[in-house]
Write a protein that binds this ligand. Structure first.
Ligand code: HEC
Ligand code: HEC
Length: 191
């Protein structure tokens, strides 16, 4: 006779082992993220205009940026020290965690920045019509903090943040054009 326990027993053991392996990973990522949420917010939405939202950002892009902070090719007084403490495995787990959080912010109801819309003609080929690129290596910029977007564009223009692609795009931009296009993209919903 077929004893169901004989069949189920080993499966149960495997299942328990799988849980034992998976469980600490989940706990670990929450623990790791505890150091980040002070600035990036418990749901990946920061409460400071100069600190980026991470929720819903592309995973590969998040990995690239954390590695850039860690190896010093991207610098920031608040971010660099934290990044230096992260292993490759930490970075991968954190990127998966934050990119998986969804951003349910209500849409910004202010007046649409039309000057920014006109500047955005130079962006849509890569960042898409609404700031959501099809390529997962390029960042989502819709619903990102206005002040953060503005600072990044100035950093690219002034060479403080390196990106061969972005530096060329914003090279001739005035401060006003940068301000307008930053506001324009910050006005979209992310999800
Ligand atoms: C003390 C505040 C602070 C803490 C803590 C912090 N960050 Fe940041 N983070 C920042 C700031 C500020 C920036 C933007 C820097 C700039 O202007 O270039 C940033 C940028 C980033 C970026 C780049 C986002 C983008 O769109 O390019 C990632 C990814 C990131 N942080 C992940 C993390 C993770 C993961 C942790 C936790 C391990 C963490 N940060 C902890 C302040 C912080
Ligand atoms: C040819 C493709 C291309 C075009 C066109 C382009 N971008 Fe980008 N953008 C990129 C890439 C690639 C990155 C990632 C750079 C890096 O690795 O640091 C980026 C990064 C950014 C970032 C940083 C996002 C973050 O989370 O830190 C902002 C902001 C941005 N772009 C805004 C714009 C705006 C506004 C325009 C139009 C004026 C524009 N981009 C046009 C490819 C492009």
């Amino acid at each position: 006779m077929n004893n169901p326990l004989k069949v189920m027993g080993p499966l149960l053991v495997l299942w328990a082992m799988a849980l034992a392996v998976a469980a600490p990973a989940v706990a670990d990522v929450k623990q790791l993220a505890a150091t980040c949420v002070a600035c990036h917010g418990p749901k990946g939405i920061s409460n400071n205009d100069l600190w980026p939202n991470l929720a819903g950002q592309h995973e590969i892009y998040l990995i690239d940026q954390m590695k850039a902070f860690r190896d010093g090719s991207r610098k920031d007084p608040l971010m660099s020290a934290t990044a230096k403490t992260l292993s490759d495995a930490d970075i991968e787990q954190l990127a998966a965690y934050f990119s998986g959080l969804s951003d349910k912010q209500p849409p910004v109801r202010g007046k649409e920045n039309m000057a920014g819309k006109s500047v955005s003609g130079a962006c849509i080929s890569c960042h898409g019509m609404w700031g959501k690129p099809v390529n997962s290596q390029w960042p989502v910029i819709s619903g990102q903090k206005k002040g953060y977007l503005e600072k990044q564009l100035k950093d690219f223009r002034d060479g403080t943040r390196e990106s061969p692609v972005m530096s060329v795009i914003v090279k001739g931009f005035t401060d006003q054009q940068i301000k307008d296009v930053a506001e324009y993209y910050s006005q979209f919903r992310r999800d």
